[in-house]
Design a protein around this ligand. Structure first.
Ligand SMILES: CC(C)(COP(=O)(O)OP(=O)(O)OC[C@H]1O[C@@H](n2cnc3c(N)ncnc32)[C@H](O)[C@@H]1OP(=O)(O)O)[C@@H](O)C(=O)NCCC(=O)NCCS
Length: 148
């Protein structure tokens, strides 16, 4: 299976929203939110295409703190394409884009019980910085960070 990572645009909105709904329940972004994110000037959005089908996508933003940092907003791989290294591929491509822009840190929030995602991020060198109490309604979150 050939997997290509390319920029995601609003042309893919319906497909991305469908995948978002397959990946998240109440935490899923609405179609409107995804459309907004895809068009925001601070956004980097990538889609993974397996042969010609969209298998997953990642959306991140460049945030300004004391220094600029990358912030992963959502990461999704459609259920039928999981365990094939697609999330790793998208994350590596995203990190490369950040580095090209001179950004040396990437941060994200993840639900504390999302063991698959936490394992994935730890594997790529993200470190858990702190617990976010009730960040997802009643559920706690974790704040992770990686120096690129
Ligand atoms: C988490 C998610 C993005 C992983 O996507 P994926 O393409 O299947 O991940 P990869 O194949 O690139 O996996 C890379 C590594 O992540 C970890 N991992 C991925 N899925 C896992 C699972 N179900 N259980 C445990 N570890 C898992 C493993 O360390 C894996 O490496 P390995 O294959 O050598 O064991 C996908 O399961 C998903 O979309 N989940 C729903 C949405 C979500 O939780 N997004 C993240 C929110 S922060």
């Amino acid at each position: 299976m050939e997997v290509k990572i390319e920029t995601a645009t609003t042309k893919l909105l319906d497909t991305l929203y469908k995948i978002e709904m397959q990946c998240f329940d109440e935490e899923a972004f609405s179609k409107r939110q995804i459309a907004y994110l895809l068009t925001d000037y601070n956004t980097i959005a990538l889609a993974a295409k397996a042969n010609t089908e969209v298998a997953g996508f990642i959306i991140a933003q460049i945030e300004s703190g004391e220094t600029e940092y990358g912030h992963i907003i959502t990461l999704n791989v459609a259920p039928s394409y999981r365990h094939k290294g697609i999330a790793i591929k998208m994350l590596q491509e995203l990190e490369g884009s950040f580095k090209q822009r001179g950004i040396s840190e990437c941060r994200l929030e993840v639900r504390e019980d999302n063991h698959a995602a936490i394992k994935l991020y730890h594997k790529l060198g993200y470190q858990t910085m702190l617990k976010l109490e009730r960040y997802y309604g009643k559920k706690h979150g974790l704040y992770l960070k990686k120096t690129l």
